[in-house]
Design a protein around this ligand. Structure first.
Ligand SMILES: CC(C)(COP(=O)(O)OP(=O)(O)OC[C@H]1O[C@@H](n2cnc3c(N)ncnc32)[C@H](O)[C@@H]1OP(=O)(O)O)[C@@H](O)C(=O)NCCC(=O)NCCS
Length: 216
């Protein structure tokens, strides 16, 4: 028996050009821990509500592993998080996450991502989000994409803007260092998305649709 028969998300594979996304597997974790060494924050700007990216390299590796195990253990049809290992030319460069809440009814997902520091600012963040948007519109009937960034995270804001997201309010929250932070929300309606990725190849979509109980 293959593990993807037990856990159908493992059958998903999204590819466009030299970039491929597939759900984080056990064997990816050491590679991801290696590229996350020293953390991934750009210019020290806070990026995540959950503090997995600070501390020693050993602490980062352990937080990263436990976080990825938790997403699988806590996955339900009503509330799920999928994390994809992003590879370019076969080498891991970062992680793209997707969350769905009551997805068969809402058809809405939110996203979050990170790239290894040397891989930031090379257009990968935009490409990996685009792959997710295209896949979820074409294969999983998504109608809405939400995302958020903390004040000052220009790279994250620009990725969303470049893909057609609009501002959708903000809230005050407390950052990892205990100070107040403004979290900006952005939203993209599928009908406003301009399809440009004609290279996208997706496998495993049907099994994932069934797993998510999306009606055909
Ligand atoms: C956010 C992140 C995933 C974006 O990926 P990326 O590959 O760096 O982004 P891209 O190269 O695709 O695009 C970044 C855009 O922001 C712009 N940008 C980045 N920093 C900027 C700055 N300080 N001022 C102005 N523009 C900036 C870039 O010029 C680019 O826009 P352009 O193509 O119009 O020139 C990546 O930077 C990252 O991992 N950051 C650390 C973790 C993080 O913040 N995750 C997001 C949590 S919401």
């Amino acid at each position: 028996m293959d593990i993807s028969e037990i856990w159908p998300p493992f059958a998903l594979h999204l590819q466009s050009g030299d970039m491929e996304l597939s759900p984080v597997r056990e064997t990816d974790i050491p590679e991801l821990a290696d590229i996350a060494r020293g953390g991934v924050r750009r210019d020290g700007i806070e990026a995540f509500l959950v503090d997995w990216g600070s501390g020693t390299d050993e602490q980062i590796a352990l937080s990263l592993a436990q976080y990825h195990w938790s997403t699988r253990a806590n996955f339900t049809v009503d509330d799920w998080t999928m994390e994809f290992t992003v590879r370019v030319d076969g080498l891991a460069v970062g992680v793209q996450g997707v969350n769905g809440h009551r997805y068969p009814l809402t058809k809405a997902v939110s996203t979050g991502s990170w790239l290894a520091l040397p891989e930031q600012g090379r257009g990968y963040g935009t490409r990996m989000r685009r792959i997710i948007i295209e896949t979820f519109i074409r294969y999983f009937d998504a109608t809405r994409f939400d995302t958020a960034y903390f004040e000052g995270n220009v790279a994250s804001r620009r990725v969303s803007e470049k893909l057609g997201y609009s501002p959708n309010g903000h809230r005050s929250t407390i950052g990892q260092n205990g100070t107040a932070l403004t979290e900006h929300h952005m939203v993209l309606a599928a009908e406003n998305y301009v399809h440009t990725d004609s290279d996208l190849q997706v496998t495993g979509a049907e099994a994932f649709r069934t797993f998510l109980t999306i009606a055909t």
